[in-house]
Design a protein around this ligand. Structure first.
Ligand code: ATP
Length: 405
């Protein structure tokens, strides 16, 4: 079992490199532990995942305010938040090691010790007052941020699961103290719904109620959403009730504009790791039922490529011209469309299977009308999941793909 599972990680890592999803960071210098680079298709997948998150949690709502705070904050932020004193992991000899990356801001004697943010959350808390003053939100409301976070992890491992530089998608949702349980349950459902929408294998997602002793002292409730990775059941995302801890730390409060009432709202924090989401999506999508034909069964909404267009032969100008016409139309409509004329058709299908492209369109001699008018201007559409092919009029392609999506 363990071997098979190790194998699966090796397969995913090698596919990610071969097909241009994720590369080892600084590879030509021997790599750098805990750092990875997203290549063209990995970046497309990442963008699609982030966009779907932003759409659900920000754009489709009226109570959520987006944020893109700086990565380096005044070091006093990290003192107030408790990170300078306590954001530590034990090293092998039992000592505590603060995992915040240190950096110096300014030159010479003016230089100030500061930190790369280890989470996006504080960048939102410190903008709480500005947000209230700018947008006048009524409680409950939230702030949302997607961005990089840095932790000098003692033992980075398991590909993009535990990195030293990674990305988070976080929400700080501010509620009246009495309402926290209601909104905790609400976000728990919202999180699960989003996980399913991006194609996570929900049979591998588990909720862990973090027990009293393991929770941060200020939290009355935390759920870790765990995923069955090949290297074990490990944290995917988290949902924490943070009480008034953060706003108190920064001495911030909220005043109701109508009643004048002053309160310190409580916080529900849904926290998502972009990279852990990507790894879980890759693992959920990987299908090798037919070992000769492994493929990534991405949902079309998050697939890096929606459709590949190929002329049957690349040295026949009539085919290429027709294929260019079809390609142009699909590209204008869907954007995530690629031209693939490399190798024979079988090779192209294998490649697109591994990229997770739901549909391949091939322009052949029938398209040119060589077998008569009935087939003229029809193309082959090949389905990634079944391998089956259909013939379709070229002008029906956009409609066909839209209907399937
Ligand atoms: P772990 O216990 O695995 O170290 P954590 O509990 O410290 O994670 P949080 O501080 O809750 O993680 O961070 C929120 C989210 O950020 C996590 O649920 C995870 O998705 C992601 N994350 C945290 N650390 C890393 C890392 N080193 N590499 C990639 N993603 C991470």
């Amino acid at each position: 079992m363990e071997n098979k599972e190790n194998n699966l990680m090796e397969k995913i890592i090698s596919l990610a490199k071969r097909r241009g999803f994720i590369f080892q960071g600084s590879e030509i210098y021997g790599g750098f532990s805990g750092f990875f680079d997203y290549a063209h298709y990995g970046l497309a997948l990442q963008n699609n995942i982030k966009n779907s998150w932003w759409k659900k949690f920000v754009d489709s709502r009226r109570d959520m305010f987006g944020m893109n705070s700086s990565i380096i904050l005044n070091p006093n932020v990290w003192k107030a938040s408790g990170h300078v004193a306590g954001f530590s992991d034990p090293t092998e000899d039992g000592k505590q090691f603060n995992v915040m990356f240190r950096t110096e801001v300014g030159a010479g004697e003016e230089a100030t010790l500061s930190y790369l943010r280890p989470e996006t959350a504080q960048g939102m808390f410190v903008n709480f007052k500005n947000t209230v003053d700018a947008f006048h939100p009524k409680l409950p409301f939230g702030m949302a941020q997607i961005g990089k976070a840095f932790r000098n992890e003692i033992a980075p491992r398991d590909f993009i699961f535990r990195q030293r530089e990674f990305e988070q998608m976080e929400i700080e949702y501010f509620v009246r103290p009495d309402d926290w349980e209601k909104y905790f349950e609400y976000f728990r459902d919202e999180m699960l719904e989003w996980m399913e929408s991006v194609g996570l294998d929900m049979g591998k997602v588990h909720e862990l109620e973090v027990p009293d002793g393991d929770r941060a002292h200020y939290s009355k409730r935390t759920i870790d959403f765990e995923f069955d990775y090949p290297f074990g059941r490990k944290e995917l995302f988290g949902l924490a009730y943070r009480g008034s801890f953060d706003l108190n730390n920064h001495k911030l409060e909220y005043q109701d504009e109508e009643s004048g009432e002053k309160i310190t709202p409580h916080v529900i924090e849904p926290s998502f790791g972009v990279d852990r989401a990507i790894l879980a999506v890759l693992l959920s999508a990987y299908n090798e039922d037919d070992p000769e034909r492994p493929f990534l069964k991405f949902k079309p909404s998050i697939a890096p490529v929606i459709c590949a267009v190929s002329p049957l032969l690349k040295n026949k100008p009539e085919l290429v011209e027709k294929a260019e016409e079809v390609f142009g139309k699909l590209k204008a409509e869907f954007g995530r469309v690629v031209w693939d004329d490399n190798g024979n058709i079988g090779k192209r299908y294998r490649r697109q299977d591994e990229i997770g492209t739901p549909w391949c369109v091939v322009i052949d001699f029938d398209t040119l009308g060589e077998k008569g008018d009935e087939l003229k201007d029809t193309v082959t559409v090949r389905d990634r999941d079944t391998g089956e092919q259909e013939r379709l009029h070229k002008d029906k392609l956009v409609e066909y793909i839209k209907a399937k999506m």
